[in-house]
Design a protein around this ligand. Structure first.
Ligand code: NFS
Length: 672
């Protein structure tokens, strides 16, 4: 059994630490303590256990050992990794499918409470696929787009349509490598087929299909999910939000939405603003309804509506532990089964809503897009009715929260850099080319209770900021930075490198840009594509001085994101344990898969996937990669000394001068 850790080792977040102390006091187990009690299996963890058939499971631990069917270590590892990537692709893409059906229903006036909010984006997206827009109503266009998107799932031959949105050179590379996905479902099914007993047994061939499957998500299911969410709920733009458990309010009916699909949470937001519901809450003795989010659902409504985030993945149990949550409404993905038994210690109702996800012991109120608003109100009434059950003696809400400015969609980044009429990525490209910004890093992904919550995310983020690396974030990583106050203009800037600081002050942005939920990692693909199109940083994504990091990854969804980013040309660094690490000290050649997804993929796609435990090492290799790409483009070597004398810093220095001297410094003359 692993050693029991101290509370400060569980999480770097003071609000979480308070709740973990509370859990200890009440004798309640959490994911943090369960991680202590559950030693990971080192054979399975290294990807060397095969349980694909009933002859096994075969656990390979010795040199030359093979499974009963003769499967080698590398075949088994490649199969396990491919299956995980397919499961991640299935989760994201199935979410995208539901969004496509919702778009279809909305276009046909069959979805109560939904309407097309962003007609401009609808027209732009329709334009990618040559769907006629002139003289047509938004509903007609949306209907065609929905049909096209729904068809991407079952398409059997040809190329998945969103692929055409990648840089031309990248598309050609994928065609040359034979990895262009045909249809989303087809690639996922084929992964299951290929990895069944007695099928594909060549590690490179298995992993080639894993790339095809990952692309079906990144330039397929996930991208479609983001498009439709923007069309239906609005493309995000900066808005003030808050994050951490302190957003839960003592005198309100607290409703936490947790999961991933904005279809439900957006409707809960709408229902919570309904006068009838507000009255109902007041009649129950509360001041009103207070909504907050956990995980990517939090990101969806935070980005668009400014609804506060109660926290990221490892906050789901802690939110309930405040004793002040009347209902936690869950849909799909990242929902711990532990919630139901944990909630029995308090009055919190766990309400499942998806036809796909039930938790034994939870209340199930099934969501149906055709009657969404009615159902959302019904759910809120259950929460309000539960307010009277709250035991004030058990309530303890950490008074810790931070402000943030989320909402940096690729559309907004384009706009903010140039304004309405000359929106452009030129200033960003120029800043990278001049060296004011050394490069760009996407710090994304989960929390993992095997490491200290948020620590790795925030450590690499802060270290890279000092090195003038602009950070974009999504998912639970974004909430980690938000909780630390890194997503506020001024607050985030004190420890930022001089060049990056100038850019942030000039453009008026935080140094860490929140780009949304995990399906919104496709926004990062879009930004990279637009940077290529803008010119000056090469003609394909793999030439841009950029890296992706998932320091606390744990889900299969993280693996598919890593794989499609690699296939798109990015260097991706995961923290934590590698699922294909092998056991080199005991088994020779157990690192073939590990080597292949790094060197092999880099030869083919220009991107690679590495697993690095030490955060200092992560930052070091990320910077080396950025500098290597800068050199390859012939850009000036990064030099922090060259910048930092313009922007707000200069103005502040000037302000200290007497008026005449200030005039002289600005205008070159003492008086006019
Ligand atoms: Ni992403 Fe979002 Fe968080 Fe990990 Fe889970 S919430 S889809 S999988 S844990 S980042």
């Amino acid at each position: 059994m692993a050693k029991k850790r101290e509370i400060h080792e569980y999480s770097s977040d003071p609000a979480a630490q308070q709740m973990l102390a509370r859990a200890e006091e009440l004798g309640i187990q959490t994911a943090f303590t369960r991680a202590d009690d559950m030693a990971p299996c080192n054979i399975g963890g290294a990807g060397m256990c095969c349980k694909q058939c009933g002859m096994g499971p075969c656990r390979l631990t010795k040199d030359g050992q093979v499974g009963i069917c003769g499967a080698t270590i590398d075949t088994i590892q490649a199969r396990n990794l491919a299956r995980a990537i397919a499961a991640g692709a299935a989760a994201h893409s199935d979410h995208g499918r539901d969004m496509a059906f919702l778009l279809k229903a909305t276009a046909n006036n069959e979805a109560e409470g939904y309407f097309i909010r962003d007609i401009a984006k609808l027209r732009i997206v329709a334009g990618y696929y040559d769907i006629p827009t002139e003289g047509r109503s938004p509903e007609e266009i949306a209907n065609d787009l929905a049909d096209l998107y729904i068809a991407q799932y079952g398409q059997q031959r040809g190329e998945a349509a969103p692929i055409r949105r990648a840089p031309k050179k990248r598309q050609e590379l994928w065609r040359a490598q034979g990895v262009v996905p045909r249809g989303v479902d087809r690639e996922i099914v084929e992964t299951l087929h290929r990895t069944h007993i007695g099928d594909d047994q060549d590690l490179e061939h298995i992993l080639e299909h894993a790339i095809r499957t990952a692309l079906a998500d990144g330039w397929g299911g996930s991208m479609m999910a983001t498009d439709i969410s923007d069309i239906l709920f609005g493309t995000p733009a900066p808005i003030l939000g808050q994050a951490n458990l302190g957003v839960i309010k003592e005198n309100m009916v607290n409703v936490v939405v947790h999961g991933h699909e904005p279809s439900l949470s957006e409707m809960i937001v709408a229902a919570s603003q309904d006068p009838e519901i507000i009255e109902y809450a007041k009649a129950a003795g509360a001041q009103g309804i207070n909504l907050s989010g956990i995980c990517c659902t939090a990101n969806e409504i935070l980005m668009r509506q400014g609804i506060p985030a109660a926290g990221n993945f490892l906050h789901q149990e802690l939110a309930i532990m405040t004793g002040a949550v009347e209902a936690m409404i869950v849909d799909v993905q990242c929902i711990m089964q532990a919630l139901v038994s944990l909630a029995t210690n308090f009055h919190t109702k766990i309400i499942t809503t998806s036809p796909k996800v039930r938790l034994k012991g939870a209340t199930h109120i099934e969501f149906d897009e055709h009657k969404a608003l009615t159902i959302a109100k019904q759910i809120l009434k259950v929460a309000i009715d539960n307010f009277k059950e709250r035991d004030r003696s058990k309530t303890q809400i950490p008074q810790i929260k931070e402000d943030l400015i989320p909402g940096f969609s690729n559309e907004y980044i384009n706009y903010m850099l140039g304004g309405s009429y000359r929106g452009s990525f030129r200033p960003l490209n120029d800043a990278i080319m001049s060296g004011r910004i050394r490069g760009v890093a996407a710090v994304v992904g989960c929390n993992n209770p095997r490491s200290s919550q948020d620590y790795l995310h925030n450590k690499v983020t802060k270290d890279l900021l000092k090195q003038d690396v602009l950070i974009v974030q999504t998912g639970c990583g974004a909430i980690a930075a938000a909780k630390l106050g890194l997503m506020l203009g001024e607050a985030g800037l004190s420890e930022v490198g001089p060049g990056l600081r100038e850019i942030c002050e000039t453009v008026g942005i935080p140094p860490v840009l929140h780009m949304g939920s995990c399906v919104d990692n496709t926004r990062i693909l879009t930004v990279l594509t637009q940077m290529v199109a803008e010119g000056g940083l090469g003609d394909d994504i793999d030439q841009i001085p950029a890296v992706g990091l998932a320091p606390e990854w744990m889900s299969e969804k993280a693996l598919v994101i890593g794989a499609y980013c690699v296939a798109s040309g990015a260097y991706v660094i995961f923290g934590g344990a590698s699922p294909v690490s092998g056991m080199p000290d005991r088994v020779a050649d157990s690192d073939l898969v590990q080597k292949y997804i790094s060197q092999g993929w880099e030869e083919r796609y220009g991107g690679k996937l590495d697993f690095i435990l030490d955060p200092d090492e992560m930052v070091k290799v990320a910077l080396e990669h950025i500098d290597k790409k800068r050199a390859a483009l012939g850009l000036p070597e990064y030099n922090p000394e060259a910048f930092g004398r313009s922007g707000d810093a200069r103005m502040r220095n000037l302000e200290a001068l007497p008026l005449e001297e200030r005039r002289k410094a600005i205008y070159g003359t003492a008086a006019d």
